[in-house]
Design a protein around this ligand. Structure first.
Ligand code: ATP
Ligand code: MG
Length: 239
């Protein structure tokens, strides 16, 4: 990472936006309030491809000690980034310059109509309740949906067994999906295979896990989540 620039204007955490050594800007998702947050982001980012869901390019970004020392002098605004970061780097989502948050008014702008159903199925699988109309965490870039912010998904990564039934009716895309739920079946065929799951879990630096038994628990939970997802989608597809 080369330098710290500004903070995102939205989101609970107003995450920092930094310039990395590849000359791109990244939104850094730090685990200063919830240590499982970066692992959720990374596992979700790794799985998105299997579902055909577009997310911004992502990278693990190291914050150099000398930059942290300078940031520590800037006061509370940069305290989270100035704090020692876990080994292995921080999750960075490449900043998309020209993008607007999705609203239902932009529905007709999206060219790839199936992308609504694919993103919805992805969220069922990762148990993501953080895609609501007042905070969609979906950007529209050109005429495409780009999903961001998966820090509160994947309860298994957070060491939780169950966070309750998937709240599909509150999902920002539900009105579009509900207009033709039969299209869910095609997206439901794109669930990740064992290899996708193993690769996603293996990507997480060991230091990010809260305990050493967590990766095995996550692999097992994600394998089981496939059938649970099919069951939920079956139910939602049946009028
Ligand atoms: N890759 C990106 N490109 C452009 N804008 C982004 C990107 N990532 C995040 N943002 C912007 O920064 C805001 C905050 O990021 P994000 O939603 O990931 O953080 P958060 O603090 O976890 O948010 P939340 O309050 O939804 O939990 C987003 O709402 C979005 O406006
Ligand atoms: Mg957000």
């Amino acid at each position: 990472m080369l330098n710290a620039g500004r903070r995102a204007s939205r989101g609970v955490h107003h995450p920092p936006i930094v310039r990395a050594s590849d000359d791109h800007d990244y939104v850094l998702k730090l685990g200063d309030r919830d240590r499982d947050f970066p692992a959720c982001e990374l596992v979700a980012a790794m799985l998105a491809t299997a579902f055909g869901v577009e997310i911004p390019p992502f990278a693990l970004i190291e914050v150099p000690d000398d930059l942290r020392a300078v940031l520590a002098l800037q006061g509370p605004a940069w305290a989270d980034l100035a704090a020692p970061q876990p080994a292995g780097g921080c999750f960075g989502s490449r900043w998309i310059d020209v993008a607007t948050p999705f609203t239902p008014l932009l529905t007709e702008r999206i060219e790839d109509r199936d992308s609504f159903w694919r993103l919805f199925v992805f969220d069922v699988f990762i148990e993501n309740g953080d895609r609501q109309p007042n905070n969609p965490n979906v950007l529209v870039q050109d005429r495409r949906l780009v999903a961001i912010d998966h820090g509160q998904a994947l309860p298994c990564v957070q060491g939780l067994r169950d966070i309750g039934p998937f709240g599909h009716a509150a999902h920002v895309l539900w009105p579009v999906v509900a207009a033709d739920p039969s299209r869910l079946a095609a997206s439901a065929r794109r669930l990740p295979d064992d290899r996708d799951i193993d690769d996603a879990v293996a990507c997480v630096p060991a230091e990010w896990w809260a305990d050493s038994g967590r990766p095995a628990m996550v692999r097992a939970a994600l394998r089981a989540r496939r059938q649970r997802t099919r069951d939920i989608l079956d139910r939602l597809s049946t009028p």
